[in-house]
Write a protein that binds this ligand. Structure first.
Ligand code: FAD
Length: 331
């Protein structure tokens, strides 16, 4: 590990100014990602700016029309919040299926959204080609071990997936992130916050240098209340998703779907929304499994599985069906 300076910052303006001016500066909140990156040589900052004590970013504000979550709220506190468990069950479930209780006690919502891929080549202890980690070095996953990697939206430069469970639930529920930079504040839908890898896979998100996440906002809705998150993984706990689904669904008194929102995790460089399937589900009975499958499955025509991860297509299709019916049952 190389030496670095450690400082606390007093307010968000000081953090954005320091970040914008100093290319060697890196923010640290809960530190559960950053400390691993330091040990693995993924980052080599000269200065760590500790934002964990910043005022005004640590509250959960459950308003009638939306849930406003400060960027420094911990994953554990958000998962335990009664309003979240009742009115946004997909969010609570995604958090409770993430990492471990000890990590959730430390880890923040802002840091969770900015965690980096678990692609084995990105995280390798030896120097392997990885355009995300060392731009221009190539992608060892192409033609390599790609079982856990992307089936949607990958490029010839990167086939990594994004690992945040929470991001998938937030994308399905039309949440947005509030960013604060030197020029002021802006709001970006979570579904647009993550970039496709294209020819610059080193950039995971649209966050600009010097910008801070200050909050996440989730609109309240009947669909959010009838929502669920299903995480499919190699072992039952303490593991990242092979495939995950967040879905919210509203049905009328006859059981006909009137609104559906679906996002997938573990399949792309960020949460992958199934807008086409959502539209096709309108008017379908929640009890008619073949009709639901007919509405959902064409969305997978765009999938481009790689050598070893073709199983993710049927796995995700079945996971969507199960999540939709569980979400209705969660009412
Ligand atoms: C063993 C292990 C298992 C895990 N399993 C899962 C899992 O199953 N599912 C899952 O979703 N996650 C999982 N994680 C990831 C975990 O959720 C993240 O490490 C954690 O959420 C990061 O939050 P943090 O506050 O510790 O971030 P930090 O490590 O402090 O920071 C992470 C990144 O975010 C930046 N950052 C932090 N806060 C802000 C802010 N407010 N504005 C701008 N930038 C900011 C930092 O500069 C850094 O780039 C796992 C982690 C570990 C170590």
């Amino acid at each position: 590990m190389r030496p670095f300076r450690y400082e606390t910052v007093a307010d968000p303006a000081a953090a954005t100014a320091a970040l914008a001016q100093d290319p060697g500066a890196l923010l640290i909140a809960g530190g559960t990602e950053v400390v691993n990156w330091l040990k693995e040589g993924i980052v080599r900052p000269t200065r760590l700016l500790d934002v964990s004590g910043l005022p005004g970013l640590g509250a959960i504000d459950a308003r009638p029309d939306e849930l406003a979550i400060g960027a420094l709220v911990t994953m554990a506190d958000l998962a335990d919040c009664e309003t979240v468990r009742r009115d946004y069950p997909a969010v609570a479930e995604a958090l409770n299926r993430s990492a471990s209780q000890q990590l959730r006690n430390m880890a923040t919502i802002g840091g969770n959204l900015l965690q980096r891929t678990r692609c084995p080549y990105f995280r390798a202890e030896t120097d392997l080609p990885c355009n995300k980690r060392r731009p221009g070095s190539g992608c060892a996953a192409i033609g390599g071990a790609d079982r856990t990697l992307a089936i949607f939206g990958w490029s010839e430069h990167c086939v990594a997936t994004h690992p945040s469970d929470l991001a998938v639930a937030l994308a399905a529920l039309d949440a947005s992130v509030t960013l604060r930079g030197l020029g002021g504040e802006r709001t970006v839908p979570v579904a647009e916050f993550y970039r496709l890898p294209g020819d610059a896979p080193e950039r995971d998100t649209v966050l600009d240098r010097g910008e801070l996440i200050t909050a996440v906002t989730v609109p309240a809705s009947a669909t959010a209340r009838n929502s669920w998150y299903l995480k499919v993984r190699e072992r039952v706990s303490y593991e990242f998703a092979l495939v995950s689904v967040a879905a919210g669904v509203q049905v009328d008194e006859d059981g006909t779907i009137t609104d559906a929102r679906i996002a997938l995790g573990g399949v792309a460089h960020g949460p992958w929304r199934l807008h086409e399937a959502e539209a096709a589900l309108n008017g379908v009975s929640i009890d008619d499994t073949p009709a639901i499958a007919s509405a959902v499955n064409p969305a997978f025509n765009q999938a481009q599985p790689r050598l070893q991860n073709g199983f993710k297509v049927p796995l995700a299709q079945r996971a969507v069906l199960r999540t939709l019916t569980t979400a209705v049952g969660a009412r």
